[in-house]
Design a protein around this ligand. Structure first.
Ligand code: ADP
Ligand code: ADP
Length: 225
């Protein structure tokens, strides 16, 4: 499997400040990387750039030898094989859980694959429930199931536990890591919470002012601040 490589990523929304100011990051295949940094440091922009929802003004993003974004190149989001879990889950309110998970799937097996993914999340019994009929924790699990269903190359999670209370956070954190590991997913997870990053991640990346200023194992980053 191939890792994701980001080199010199630049993105400027307004003249004065760059949201991304030459960010470099490597995601190793099958590993969970936590992305930490103060508010406004560019974490969401980096995720959106990886997903293809944001264009780069400079630099490059590639998966193995395939250039996703670079000079004169912007691969469409649907061709990048990226799964995304948004902070507010962004489930489709008019679709039931099964249809939400099946949304990105094509072909005659879509429903079967989606159902298997829901069952893996222990939510098979909620297949016909609409998002407003699910608890916050269940919505998060459906969102993760939807992100993983097309077997993406990269899974992006933007503060996936932020809307949840402390007890549920802990439980879902363990469940999410377990699910990502069983899928062998290459994941990048934004979090504000250093303890959470330590608990879930194989690698940490610290962002500040549009750059990745430090990377390493949790232990390394922790002991070399
Ligand atoms: P983080 O996720 O780390 O909080 P963001 O990527 O959201 O950081 O933001 C990085 C910078 O880009 C901030 O200065 C923010 O105000 C700015 N920014 C983000 N999105 C937009 C946008 N759509 N238009 C203008 N500025 C934006
Ligand atoms: P959790 O176990 O994640 O803390 P809750 O205690 O909020 O969740 O919900 C318990 C159960 O009630 C869940 O199975 C959930 O699907 C169901 N539920 C919660 N809100 C609603 C609702 N508005 N309509 C129908 N079912 C609901």
């Amino acid at each position: 499997r191939r890792g994701l490589s980001i080199r010199g990523a630049q993105r400027r929304y307004v003249k004065e400040t760059a949201a991304l100011a030459g960010a470099d990051l490597d995601l190793e295949p099958g590993k969970i990387t936590a992305l930490l940094g103060p508010s406004g440091s560019g974490k969401s922009t980096l995720l959106r750039a990886i997903a293809g929802l944001e264009r780069l003004d400079g630099g490059e993003i590639r998966l193995g030898d395939t250039v996703w974004a670079g000079p004169g190149r912007h691969l469409a989001p649907e061709r990048r094989r990226v799964g995304m879990v948004f902070q507010d889950y962004a489930l489709f309110p008019h679709l039931d859980a099964l249809a939400n998970v099946a949304f990105g799937l094509k072909g005659p097996d879509a429903k079967t694959i989606a159902m298997a993914q829901l069952e893996a999340a222990e939510l098979g019994h909620k297949a016909k429930a609409f998002p407003h009929e699910l608890s916050g924790g269940e919505q998060q699990r459906v969102a993760l199931a939807r992100a993983l269903a097309p077997a993406p190359a990269i899974v992006l999670l933007d503060e996936p536990f932020s809307g949840l209370d402390r007890r549920l956070r802990q439980e879902l954190r363990e469940r999410t890591v377990d699910t990502l590991r069983r899928a062998g997913a290459t994941a990048l997870m934004v979090t504000h919470d250093a303890d959470e990053a330590m608990a879930v991640a194989d690698a940490l990346a610290l962002m500040d002012q549009g750059r990745v200023i430090q990377t390493g194992t949790p232990e390394h980053v922790w002991t070399h601040p």
